[in-house]
Design a protein around this ligand. Structure first.
Ligand SMILES: N[C@@H](CCC(=O)N[C@@H](CS)C(=O)NCC(=O)O)C(=O)O
Length: 225
């Protein structure tokens, strides 16, 4: 199977699929598509013009969730990452959606975008929006996730799944934006993030991202305020 993933490494949705592929042991090639400067042909892969998209032979798909669930069904011989049984699958999907639609607008589209992407593009960081996300909006979500995780190592059936990947991927973007989880206030969630980030499959992905982040920070530092 020749898989090509289209997208940029710092996107949490691209990271989600890359981690999913790595955990499944599926090889792929990453073809860089800058979400803010897309080639015209990308609209054929996703008319919404969002990354990621996947090519599997002559077939293409868009949306990180659609792609991960496809890969799960496509490779039934590999260890399940979307839950075993109807209820577990539903719980994984719920937490994946929670990460993608509730946490992402704050952790990624507010903190990461303002702190890293806007300065890179020569725009001002909206620090009030970042503070609002960190101090007013995200804590309720972190409370819910802390409660949901309970004493388990992983969110669903205490087995590593797409739910863990999706949540950790958003928190990585928050970190790239210079913010971290308060481990005194949310000790289980903070420990869960470290647990996921220590997984061997993630190391090459995170190492690559660190190098990109360093370059971006160096460029921002050189940009006149
Ligand atoms: N639900 C989509 C969200 C993808 C998404 O929002 N990607 C962002 C990058 S992190 C993007 O492509 N933004 C460009 C745009 O919206 O024009 C998924 O899971 O793939």
């Amino acid at each position: 199977m020749s898989l090509i993933l289209y997208g940029a490494p710092l996107s949490p949705f691209v990271r989600k699929v890359r981690v999913f592929l790595a955990e499944k042991g599926l090889d792929h090639q990453l073809e860089n598509v800058d979400p803010f400067n897309q080639p015209d042909w990308y609209a054929e892969l996703n008319p919404l013009r969002r990354i990621p998209a996947l090519r599997d032979g002559d077939m293409t798909l868009a949306d990180s969730s659609v792609i991960c669930h496809y890969l799960e069904e496509r490779n039934p011989e590999l260890a399940a990452l979307c839950g075993n049984g109807a209820l577990s699958r539903a719980r994984v999907s719920w937490l994946e959606k929670y990460a993608d639609y509730e946490v992402a607008p704050l952790a990624t589209f507010t903190v990461f975008r303002n702190r890293l992407l806007k300065p890179l593009l020569g725009k001002l960081c909206d620090e009030a929006a970042v503070k609002g996300a960190m101090q007013e909006k995200l804590p309720g979500h972190f409370d819910y996730l802390e409660r949901t995780l309970g004493d388990a190592d992983y969110f669903v059936d205490n087995q590593f799944s797409l739910a863990d990947i999706a949540i950790a991927c958003q928190l990585v973007n928050m970190r790239h934006g210079g913010e971290s989880l308060d481990s005194q206030r949310w000790p289980r969630l903070a420990a869960h993030l470290e647990r996921v980030l220590q997984r061997p499959a993630l190391q090459p992905i995170l190492d690559g991202e660190r190098k990109i982040i360093e370059k971006i920070r160096a460029r921002i530092a050189q940009t006149p305020a």
